[in-house]
Design a protein around this ligand. Structure first.
Ligand code: NAD
Length: 265
């Protein structure tokens, strides 16, 4: 049986992969034989347990790097670690992200700055560090986890919507620059996935709108998702694996929705 993705022995960095979508995407790559570097915050013992479990279950090398996505020099060191430890970087998944929900006139400026730094500017810093390695290899894949909010807006999410629209625009511009060098840059735009980030939003939205949490799920969150169900991790990793494989080689500068029909409405 041919392996459809043919990724064995490649190396990947996945930012924000200590929980939620990033952790699942890192595991999906590891299951295909890709050596991975995990990144993100959290309880050190839990991170080490997850790292060891993924390594044991998949047989690939799994490293952890604690780079803070607000610190350009730490982001550069994250990419440099792939070069030093694996001698290559085939796949960069820019996934780290945070959210804050508040009306514009009450939006704390420090939250704005943090969202722009982590959700948008870190994508530039990581891609900037990764492209020379990919150019030297004549091949590379950058996949940026944007959001349906990279294409359409919702109220009370000004910083997040601005950052995610920025990620889609950055992906297009970078894609054009490296289109002839075997490197693709794409954005994935998920609808709602029930991760810690969304669980926190349910509570925040309830406060901002003055309604109960179960009503937020029905009337606010899944109201915009015509499928009326949360997006699953496997639905996202399926697209990621396509994009990073040779089959995805003709796709660049694209923003792919996995949103249950949200942005079609
Ligand atoms: P999550 O909170 O479960 O995971 C976020 C990850 O980013 C964690 O590993 C966290 O430690 C890391 N992180 C946060 N700040 C960081 C920093 N300064 N430096 C390094 N790492 C940092 O969230 P998630 O829902 O899995 O979201 C992952 C990505 O998917 C985000 O970019 C988010 O915007 C996007 N997204 C999520 C949804 C959804 O419904 N959950 C929908 C669309 C897009």
């Amino acid at each position: 049986m041919p392996q459809p993705y043919n990724l064995e022995g490649q190396a990947a960095v996945i930012t924000g992969s200590t929980s939620g979508i990033g952790q699942h995407l890192a595991e999906a790559l590891a299951k295909q034989g890709v050596n991975v570097i995990l990144n993100g915050f959290g309880d050190a013992a839990q991170i080490e347990a997850d790292r060891a479990r993924i390594a044991a279950e998949t047989g690939v090398k799994v490293l952890y790097h604690g780079a803070d996505m607000t610190r350009p020099e730490e982001i550069a060191d994250l990419v440099e670690t792939a070069r030093r430890e694996f001698g290559r970087l085939d796949i960069l998944v820019n996934n780290a992200g945070i959210q804050h929900v508040a009306p514009v006139d009450e939006f704390p400026p420090e939250k704005w700055d943090a969202i722009i730094a982590i959700n948008l500017t870190s994508v530039f810093h990581a891609t900037r560090a990764a492209l020379p390695l990919m150019k030297a290899a004549g091949r590379g894949r950058v996949v940026n986890i944007a959001s349906a909010h990279g294409l359409v807006a919702s109220p009370f999410k000004s910083a997040y919507v601005a950052a995610k629209h920025g990620v889609v625009g950055f992906s297009k511009s970078a894609a054009l620059e490296v289109a002839k060098q075997g490197i693709t840059v794409n954005a994935i735009c998920p609808g709602y996935v029930k991760t810690a980030l969304v669980e926190a939003q349910i509570a925040d939205q309830a406060k901002a709108r003055g309604i109960a949490e179960d009503r937020v799920v029905e009337d606010v969150i899944l109201a915009v998702q015509p499928s009326k169900s949360f997006i699953t991790y496997d639905q996202l990793s399926g697209l990621l694996l396509y994009l990073v494989s040779d089959m995805g080689g003709g796709t660049t500068g694209a923003a792919y929705t996995v949103d249950g029909g949200w942005t079609a409405a």
